[in-house]
Structure formats: C-alpha cells, structure tokens
Design a binder for this molecule. Structure first.
Ligand code: NAD
Length: 299
C-alpha cells in the first residue's frame, strides 16, 4: 500500500490537488492555518494536523501550495515549520508560485537537514487542478525528478523537468508575464474594435482565425458575451485573481532587475495590475482588465 503524503495549503488549488492524491490511493496528512480550508479534506478521510512541523513528523514526502514567498518561508523555516522536524531523506515539493531566489534558499536550508527541496509551480487554474490536468514545471536535483513525478503525475497531465532548483519558478514567471501582456493586449484590442462598431463575437472569431490569436482571445476571452464558461461570463468571479497576477508580475520584475533584463511590457503590465488591485478589482479574475479599461475611458 502507498505511504502517506503530507500536504500544506488547502486553498483554491491545494484542496483539489490533495483530493487527487487521495484518489490515487495516497493517504494524505494535511495542515492549513485557516481551519475552514481543511473541512472537505477531513470529511474525505485525510488526517488534519496543527502545523507543518507535525506533518513533517509523520510524512517523508510533503507538497506545499501556498500564496506567496513569505508564506513559504514561514511554512518551511518558521518556528512550527517543516524543517524543525523533517525526517532525513524527505522529499519536499513546493508548488506555490514564488521568487526563485526563495526556492534556492529553501533548498539550501532543507539540504542542511538532510532533505531535498524541489520547486514545482503549476500552470492551469482551479479547473485543471480539479481534473488532474495541471502542468508542473520542476526544478531541483535531476536524480530526484522521478520520485517527484510519481506524486505530481497524480495531479497533472504534464510534469516537465526544467533544471536546477528555481528553474521551475523561472518558467512559470515567464509564462505568466506573457499571459498578462497577452490578456491586456486582447482586452484593449477588443475594446477598440467594439468602439469601431464591430460585434465582439465576430471580432473574436476573426482574431482567432488570424495572426492576433492567443490564449486570451480564443480560450479565455475577457469580453462578456463572447464565450461561455469563462470568468468574463460570470462577472469575473472565480479563475485567477488579479492580486495573484500582480504578485507574479512583481516576481518577473524582481528577476528582470536582478539579471539586468529589459522587460518594458512586463513592467507596464505589472503597473496596470497594481492599479486594478488598488481600484476594487483585487479579488476579480485577471481578465477583468477589460472592464477596467472601459472605466478608464469614462464610459
Ligand atoms: P489560496 O489563497 O486559495 O490558498 C492558499 C492556502 O494556503 C490558503 O488556504 C491559506 O490558508 C494557506 N496558508 C497560507 N499561509 C499558510 C501557512 N503559513 N501555513 C499553512 N497554510 C497556509 O491560493 P491558491 O489559488 O490555491 O494559489 C496557491 C498558489 O498557486 C499561489 O502561489 C498561486 O499564484 C498559484 N497558482 C494559482 C492558480 C489559480 O488559478 N488559483 C493557478 C496557478 C498557480
């Protein structure tokens, strides 16, 4: 029978991911600072413990899915953190999207305790997490990749090895910077077309058979009424929050600064998402930039 797997962070993503581990027969031992997050997993038979340290006491494979860098630092190196009681030889996999420099720090700290830390951020939203179709971008020692893949393939359709620790985050940050730029570009283009008298559905159809086509135009169109089953069809609820996108663009800016890389459109996208957070869009899906641009133009 399969040995237990620890899971820390049972939010929008962690909750369905942990459920998929259970579906594949892994007993899950979980923890989250927010008791309400643990409810569903407990009902499904997962053991819920008080702290990451308690989880590390019992499981030698642990997956973490937390909002941002400070939470990851706390969960690994804090007073009740995993590394306080980690077993030698443990495999620690962090799927949060965070600063790659923090992933590297966590790997060094884990190594001092005889454990292996890998970064494995994901692409694909709550839908992909639920259906087990996430893409994992994995960084860390290559000889540990297969052990990580055994668990990650229960939660994802693609598990891609990227290189040393932190490179999974690098891939994720690059993807999300392009995603944000593409979304803003799609939103402003659709808005211009509408102002020029085009029907938004027709314009989307033309873009999607032309060279302007992108994921934001054909799979996640930001204009209400163009597509069904996307956040724009549901008042921008659910999906990928503007706050999280602003965080990822901030990470892109940090890494660009550190490597002296010009990213002018990434920088502008960051500022646009920061403005949205300050103006009431924080908890809406990031495709609400379409609505934001309409307001800016004084509808
Ligand atoms: P979330 O805020 O819904 O969930 C995070 C969970 O972590 C919460 O339940 C919170 O209580 C818990 N937590 C925070 N600090 C903790 C601590 N110290 N100890 C234990 N638990 C703690 O976030 P999410 O949407 O699940 O996203 C998680 C990560 O995945 C983020 O880095 C995000 O950028 C990334 N991501 C999200 C999506 C998406 O569509 N939501 C897609 C891809 C990647």
């Amino acid at each position: 029978s399969k040995t237990q797997v620890g899971f820390i962070g049972l939010g929008n993503m962690g909750n369905p991911m942990a459920k998929n581990l259970m579906k594949h027969g892994y007993p899950v031992i979980a923890s989250d600072v927010f008791p309400e997050s643990c409810k569903e997993l407990r009902e499904l038979g997962a053991q819920i413990l008080d702290s990451p340290a308690d989880v590390a006491d019992k499981a030698d494979r642990i997956v973490t899915m937390l909002p941002s860098s400070p939470n990851v630092i706390d969960v690994y190196t804090g007073p009740n953190g995993i590394l306080k009681r980690v077993k030698k030889g443990s495999l620690l996999i962090d799927s949060s999207t965070i600063d790659p420099a923090v992933s590297k720090e966590m790997a060094v700290a884990a190594e001092k305790r005889g454990a292996v830390f890998m970064d494995a951020p994901v692409s694909g939203g709550v839908g992909a997490a639920t259906s087990g179709k996430l893409t994992f971008m994995v960084g860390g020692p290559e000889e540990e990749f297969n052990a990580a893949k055994e668990l990650l393939s229960c939660m994802g359709a693609n598990v891609v090895y990227c290189g040393q620790v932190g490179t999974g985050q690098a891939a994720k940050i690059c993807n999300n910077m392009l995603l944000a730029i593409g979304m803003i570009g799609t939103a402003e283009t659709m808005n211009l077309g509408i102002r020029l008298g085009l029907d938004p559905k027709l314009l989307a159809k033309i873009l999607n058979m032309s060279s302007g086509r992108c994921w934001s135009s054909d799979t996640y169109n930001p204009v209400p009424g163009v597509m069904e089953g996307v956040p724009s069809a549901n008042n921008y609820q659910g999906g990928f929050g503007t706050t999280l996108m602003a965080k990822d663009l901030g990470l892109a800016q940090n890494t660009a600064t550190n490597t002296k890389t010009p990213v002018p459109l990434g920088s502008l996208a960051h500022q646009i998402y920061r403005m949205m957070c300050a103006r009431g869009y924080a908890s809406k899906d990031f495709s609400s930039v379409f609505q934001f641009l309409r307001e800016e133009e004084g509808q």
